[in-house]
Design a protein around this ligand. Structure first.
Ligand code: ADP
Length: 521
């Protein structure tokens, strides 16, 4: 058999998966393994970098074996990863100085709070805010890179999820780390960079534009490592930062599987899903409904400075061209269904939420605001808390379950409305993936409340698929975008079917409920 397959490693937080695709992007085999997390103290979330790499190798071997495919038949490999989880390692020994600190870790909260309150950041907010006011009168001011950076600065806050916060903690708290850095021996990387370095036997210390734009250390407007953003953490200091390469391109070769396999893609998870959902047009939107919901809009070859608290990022860089996106993160989505199952015991399994929701005509005026950890985009209120409101003696279990599913769609509407205001683009079609998108009720309600078509692809794991597409394009088996549009399968389309008055009054009720949940803790 000729070299005919694409291999992908899709490395999440809870687990890593290896998938083998054929030339039609059909899945030939896949293998999955959980990735252990370490919680040394409340709020600390770490992972063993060596363990992550070893599990990736293990699942890849298993996938190759169950596909009956040899490494010589793999045309290209792609790596999609969780974002911002970061680590430092010794370039001579390859040993990490400490565990990886994950994106969920909050150990640097106090330090971030201090920085956000510092004169430096307050001045940035004031200058950014003033510029935003002036720029609202002149479109040209909004268009140049510095202007966009200033508008973004008006809302920008440092968070403990940022890689820069992780790196600072490691340098300050791991014995010997600062000395090693001074000697130029300490390499910095996110999960993609670490895996690449190991897969290539230490030859490639690189990342891609999608991953670097999620670190909080990179300026997507001026396309450079950002001294302004790193300054509060006194970075990069002596740290060796990775080279940044195109998302679909050349990342070296791995010999780990007994025959050289070219690595042709490195990409961050949400950006990979945007590509996997074939959101190639400006204004196209994907909605990944997993534990949280991640909504991303392709904004084309220009980054958008958001005045509605969305996050501008690089989607990918390919063939010399950069594509940007706006992102809105909803922290509690599928997790609220888990809450119904595990905490309230209202359902036995997630899928049961669908039949229960469909068994009742409406929620009887009940709203659930799943602000378990506060509200993220577009509210950004860490003090909001989960709320169930509108209960009467007639309220049923089915109605509470339905209201919880509806809350996912309402939160999506909040984000999409903000993106529409930022870009002036009316969203007419959304591509939904992720585990919770199996739920027909949820996707129909999403179509109804947003008044847009919602499309569900045949393959819900859009992240891995996106990495496969990037790798296959770089390897020359697929032409962009024609072949991708040809081979991508749509399973079902949901059309809006709700009178606009109903939509308006339901959404007004949601906004009222959110108001009650805010500023609680
Ligand atoms: P992640 O990648 O974040 O781990 P997945 O894409 O695997 O998430 O989706 C898992 C989430 O989707 C869980 O939070 C689960 O509660 C939710 N989920 C799975 N199936 C359904 C369903 N049929 N209806 C509603 N939610 C579901």
């Amino acid at each position: 058999m000729s070299e005919d397959f694409i291999l992908v490693n899709d490395v999440g937080t809870t687990g890593t998966r290896a998938i083998i695709y054929d030339r039609n992007a059909g899945v030939i085999a896949e293998s999955y393994s959980e990735l252990p997390q370490v919680f040394p103290k409340p709020g600390w979330t770490e992972q063993d970098p060596v363990g992550i790499y070893e599990k990736c190798v293990e699942v890849t071997r298993e996938a190759l074996k169950s596909a009956g495919v040899g490494p010589e038949q793999i045309l290209a490999m792609g790596i999609a990863t969780q974002r911002t989880t970061s680590m430092l390692w010794d370039r001579n020994t390859g040993e990490p100085v400490y565990n990886a600190i994950t994106w969920q870790d909050t150990r640097m909260s106090d330090e971030c709070e201090r920085i956000n309150r510092s004169l430096y950041f307050k001045s940035l907010h004031v200058i950014g805010g003033a510029f935003q006011g002036v720029a609202s009168l002149s479109k040209s001011l909004k268009r140049n890179a510095l202007g966009k950076m200033l508008i973004t600065a008006a809302h920008f806050t440092i968070t403990p999820a940022m890689s820069s916060a992780h790196a600072r903690w490691l340098l300050d708290n791991v014995e010997g780390a600062a000395e090693k850095a001074r000697a130029g021996d300490l390499l910095f990387g996110t999960v993609d960079t670490w895996l690449l370095w190991n897969y290539t036997g230490g030859k490639t210390h690189a990342t891609d534009f999608s991953n670097v734009s999620a670190t909080g250390m990179y300026d997507p407007f001026q396309m450079k490592w950002s001294t302004e953003l790193m300054k509060p953490f006194k970075l990069p200091g002596d740290l060796v930062l990775p080279e940044i390469r195109e998302t679909s391109g050349d990342f070296g070769t791995t010999d780990v599987f007994g025959h050289p396999i070219p690595i042709k893609c490195v990409v961050a998870d949400q950006q990979a899903a945007l590509f996997g959902e074939a959101c190639f047009e400006v204004g196209s939107v994907k909605c990944t409904n997993g534990t949280g919901t991640f909504i991303d809009m392709n904004t084309g070859d220009e980054p958008v400075a958001s005045v509605h608290k969305m996050t501008p990022m690089i989607a990918w860089k390919m063939r010399g061209e950069t594509t940007y996106m706006l992102e809105g993160i909803i922290s509690s989505a599928g997790s609220s269904i888990q809450f119904l199952r595990d905490n309230l015991k209202l359902i036995k399994e997630a899928a049961e939420s669908e039949s229960l929701a469909l068994s009742t005509d409406d929620t009887g005026g009940v709203y659930v605001v799943p602000a378990f950890t506060g509200l993220s985009a577009p509210y950004w209120d860490p003090f909001a808390r989960g709320t169930v409101i509108g209960l009467t003696r007639a309220t049923t279990r089915e109605q509470v379950v339905r209201a919880t599913l509806e809350s996912i769609a309402y939160q999506c509407k909040d984000v999409v409305a903000a993106m529409e205001k930022d870009t002036g683009i009316r969203v007419c079609d959304i591509k939904a993936d992720g585990g919770a998108s199996q739920n027909d009720f949820l996707l129909q309600f999403l179509a109804d409340i947003l008044d847009t078509d919602v499309e569900r692809p045949e393959i819900l794991e859009a992240t891995a698929l996106g990495a496969a597409y990037f790798a296959g394009i770089a390897a020359g088996i697929w032409e962009f975008p024609d072949d991708i549009l040809r081979i991508r399968g749509v399973e079902r389309e949901f059309k809006p079917d709700m009178p606009s008055e109903t939509r308006g009054s339901l959404y007004a009720g949601w906004k009222k409920a959110v108001g009650r949940a805010q500023h609680w803790a």
